[in-house]
Design a protein around this ligand. Structure first.
Ligand SMILES: O=C(O)CCC(=O)C(=O)O
Length: 302
């Protein structure tokens, strides 16, 4: 197995790159179009990784619009080409769904016929997508801690898939998505996965269900290295994500991202798909989805 060239970090902790703790995602390009086989792999692995799913030129066009917007906001270092997306130190955009919402090219990538046909094929009947588009623009030092998506979007069907789409080529040091191999099958995570970040504990004033049980705002455990040791598991990622790649996974798979160790902003979207006939989590539907907090809060005795 090839090893990663550099020291890798997640949450500031160095990743053990030994073959027992680290490896590469399985590519499923050989099965594209064979939805039975893709569903079998999704069940087995909890994810599907398809190279060049989208034409690169379409992704590059989205990237250009986003970087031009960042330049106009004064976030980019003017001594580098805009296309490089080098941010000024201490200017980390981090989470910018507002930019995705008004980017027609991006909306066409994530909700256009190519994606909808893919998810309808995978689900075996007509698919629908959430209206909320998560868009991340992660600068130096940023990364996402390990979590399962179901704690943020579990009020509808759990037969729900995330599509993670990078809008740039992402070397390991720029921090792409990582998954914890086989974690979607771990029953030890069931109690955590049954939680909801917008459920407030009536009996623990000021705390949500996840906070009261030590999972903060839905993070399973901040140190992914501890998770890997505890479960004797491997972290999987890709040597270099490329513009056009699609990584899709189920809501029970533990995942996060590596820390970005450079000033190059790492941009990606994550969007959600399910059967149109199944119940949907209303927090993510509509022109202005209610999202977290506010009217989405429900009370419960924890
Ligand atoms: O891109 C990231 O850093 C995290 C993405 C993520 O958590 C997701 O797609 O659910």
């Amino acid at each position: 197995m090839k090893t990663a060239p550099t020291k890798l970090l997640a949450g500031g902790n160095e990743i053990d790159q030994s073959p027992e703790r680290f490896g590469w995602l399985r590519e499923s390009n050989d099965a594209v179009g064979d939805f039975e086989e893709l569903q079998r792999r999704m069940d087995a692995d909890g994810y599907l990784f398809i190279r060049d799913f989208h034409p690169r030129v379409e992704i590059e066009a989205v990237r250009t619009e986003i970087m031009v917007a960042f330049a106009a906001e004064g976030l980019l270092d003017p001594t580098f080409p805009i296309a490089d997306g080098r941010h000024i130190p201490d200017q980390n955009p981090y989470f910018r769904p507002d930019l995705a919402k008004k980017n027609e090219k991006l909306l066409q990538v994530v909700y256009g016929p190519r994606m909808m046909a893919f998810y309808s094929g995978l689900l075996g009947a007509e698919a629908m997508h959430y209206d909320f588009t998560w868009f991340r623009a992660i600068g130096k030092g940023g990364g996402t801690m390990p979590h399962c998506d179901v704690v943020y979007m579990g009020r509808g069907t759990h037969q729900l898939y995330t599509a993670w789409v990078p809008y740039g080529d992402i070397p390991l040091e720029v921090g792409g998505l990582v998954v914890v191999e086989g974690s979607h099958r771990w029953s030890e995570l069931d109690a955590y996965r049954s939680m909801d970040v917008d459920t407030a504990c009536k009996n623990v004033p000021g705390k949500s269900q996840t906070e009261a049980s030590g999972h903060g705002f839905g993070v399973y455990e901040p140190k992914v290295t501890d998770v890997l040791e505890k479960f004797d598991a491997r972290l999987l990622t890709c040597e270099e994500y490329r513009m056009g790649d699609l990584l899709t996974f189920n809501v029970h798979l533990l995942h996060g991202s590596l820390d970005n160790q450079q000033n190059a902003i790492r941009i990606s979207s994550d969007t959600r798909y399910q059967l149109a006939s199944e119940p949907v989590d209303e927090r993510w539907i509509g022109e202005e989805p209610p999202a977290h907090g506010g009217s989405s809060i429900r009370e419960l005795i924890c």
